[in-house]
Design a protein. Structure first.
Lengths: 316, 285
């Protein structure tokens, strides 16, 4: 299995490895450019925060509550790097799943893979692991590194304005942020399962244009349901369908959608200052929702279908 | 040792046509079998059935396994080269060697590297940068390093120049084949495999029309070159085929009396391609 996943990584090095790295690099570059622009504009207008030691006084005069807000703001700076990576990750996983069981059928290299003593179940399993674990792990590690660099850049910038770097960094919680991000991955695996299952099924089944099938089928059905709804023919739960079939089936590969759509707002936000929304105590409340587990069951069913088609689809 | 492949009543129907029509055959170990037929005769379908890549009706036993149900186990003992360029285009030489070495229990890495050392392939080269001939060299190096009991070659030399084609079969015979291995090969370049085959199978419209070992082919089919004066006598013996060369007629006979034919002219063993053309007459008409 290790080698099967490694094989996926070789094939999709661009999406799994370079996409997050480049995104992270661009993110940092934009930040540095922004800071430089701010400094230049500030200098042109004769504004200089730190020179008089004003900023230092501001910090010195803060009470503990304010300080924890500074810490939270710094944590947010770290998460913000992750935010962009998460969007990229979502796209990478989405298109990876669509092509995973289709591309080798199209270029007939499936005949080579199938000439090796590897069961179709392990092949499909290796693709699931690559999509739901390998890709997020690489993205999270990149996110953490970028986040740390981001903190460092902020700290260095502020130090030019006379603010003590270390005093500030102590206020942030980089390790808690890391733990939260890494800890989110298992939840992502479960939440993404129906989407991954649907996309892999289309990828294994479609004779051509898996993207069109994967997207058009649920959307067309959704439109049909809405159309009947408008005419009042049947009492179909239109909104429910769009939310729970279309959106869940296609977009669950985007991390964080579970926390946004997964519950009906009945989750009590806990934790200090009620601000660390990524706290695992919060995110893992999703485990209590039926939505997640129904998705897991449906996802497993779809994956079984994908394995079956992988075994018997005969068109190369 | 029992047969490597036993098929009985093999039938496969695609939407429009019957690709295999109640086919039965046996292949013994240590043979090199040529499965030869016109385009669309069902060669590839037969190979796919043996490899468990397609569903069918009838009974098929390959190395003691049912390819439909025990494909995973079967592929440990079977190797397969489909027509050229099925190696994934993105993969590098060292990656594919690493991968096969780690997923195939019967792969001998040192052997593979020795084969690769004889080629111009470099470890970091990607398949997409290679010519067709080089891809086949790589694939052959991988396959020959696997100690499989059955090797299936489906048009392995399609689109290669003559140097690569000769080299391909030469390596296969010298460095790979032995009495414990069985090779099934389909090809249109009949002349090239003619001298290495031990058995011959002709397939036409999903049916096996000839299944024989090469010695028996030589006994059964006779070609005679007959002068114009005796041509009518020869025609009376009901030849399979007749063609004209330099004013003489060449007749191909199936199971005729050799002594009688020697009276008519010079006899010889027909080439497989002539035999093929005679047997498949009217296929596309």
């Amino acid at each position: 299995m290790y080698w099967l996943v490694k094989r996926e990584f070789w094939e999709h090095r661009g999406g799994f490895f370079w996409a997050p790295i480049i995104t992270g690099g661009v993110f940092l570059l934009l930040n540095i450019m922004g800071i430089i622009a701010a400094e230049v504009i500030g200098a042109q207008h004769g504004i200089n925060f730190g020179a008089s030691g004003g900023l230092r006084h501001v910090i010195a005069e803060m009470d503990t509550g304010d300080l924890s807000k500074v810490g939270f703001a710094l944590d947010m700076a770290m998460y913000s790097a992750m935010g962009l990576l998460i969007v990229v990750l979502g796209f990478v996983v989405f298109f990876y799943c669509l092509s995973a069981l289709y591309d080798d059928r199209r270029d007939r290299s499936i005949l080579f893979w199938k000439s090796l003593p590897i069961s179709d179940t392990s092949t499909v399993l290796s693709k699931i692991i690559s999509a739901t674990m390998l890709a997020p792990i690489v993205a999270v590690i990149t996110g953490i590194i970028v986040g740390m660099l981001q903190l460092l850049i902020l700290a260095v910038t502020l130090s030019f304005h006379g603010v003590n770097v270390w005093q500030l960094l102590v206020l942030a919680h980089p390790f808690r942020v890391m733990a939260n991000l890494i800890g989110y991955i298992p939840l992502y695996v479960l939440w993404a399962l129906p989407s991954v299952g649907w996309l892999l099924l289309c990828s294994a089944w479609a004779r051509n244009k898996p993207f069109l099938w994967a997207v058009a089928l649920p959307v067309a059905t959704g439109l049909l349901v809405s159309w009947f709804g408008i005419m009042g023919l049947f009492d179909l739960p239109t909104i429910w369908f769009w939310k729970n079939i279309v959106q869940r089936g296609l977009f669950s590969v985007f991390p964080g959608t579970g926390s946004v759509f997964g519950h009906q707002g009945d989750i009590a936000v806990t934790g200090n200052q009620g601000m660390d929304f990524m706290d695992l105590g919060n995110t893992y409340q999703l485990l209590a929702s039926a939505n997640l587990w129904i998705g897991v069951v449906v996802g497993l069913g779809l994956l079984a279908g994908a394995i079956w088609f992988r075994r018997w689809r005969d068109d190369s | 040792m029992s047969a490597v492949i036993t098929a009985s009543g093999l039938t496969k129907r695609y939407k429009s046509a019957l690709a295999l029509d109640n086919v039965s055959f046996q292949i013994a170990p240590g043979r090199i079998v040529g499965l030869i037929g016109p385009n669309g005769a069902g060669k590839t379908t037969a190979l796919k059935a043996i490899l468990g890549l397609t569903d069918f009706t009838g009974d098929l036993n390959v190395l003691g396994f049912d390819p439909r149900k025990q494909r995973g186990k079967l592929m440990g003992d079977v190797c397969f080269i489909a027509d050229v360029a099925v190696l994934p285009r993105w993969i590098r030489v060292h990656e594919v060697v690493d991968f096969v070495a780690n997923v195939h229990p019967r792969f001998d890495r040192a052997k593979c590297e020795a084969f690769l050392a004889r080629t111009k392939l470099t470890p970091n080269q990607r398949v997409r940068q290679m010519s067709k001939g080089m891809i086949v060299q790589l694939h052959l190096a991988l396959v020959m390093a696997i100690d499989a009991k059955l090797l299936i070659l489906d048009e392995p030399t399609l689109g290669l120049d003559i140097l690569y084609r000769k080299q391909f079969y030469q390596h296969l015979l010298e460095d790979y084949f032995d009495e414990n291995k069985t090779i099934i090969v389909t090809t249109h370049q009949v002349e090239e495999v003619e001298h290495i085959l031990t058995d011959l199978m002709f397939i036409r419209d999903g049916k096996i029309v000839l299944d024989s070992d090469m010695d028996a082919v030589g006994d059964r089919f006779i070609e005679v070159m007959v002068g114009a004066d005796k041509a009518d006598t020869a025609r009376a013996l009901k030849p399979l085929d007749e063609r004209q060369v330099f004013g003489k007629s060449i007749f191909l006979f199936d199971g005729a009396n050799r002594a009688a034919l020697e009276q008519l002219g010079e006899t010889r063993r027909p080439s497989i391609s002539d035999l093929f053309v005679a047997t498949m007459k009217g296929t596309y008409a």
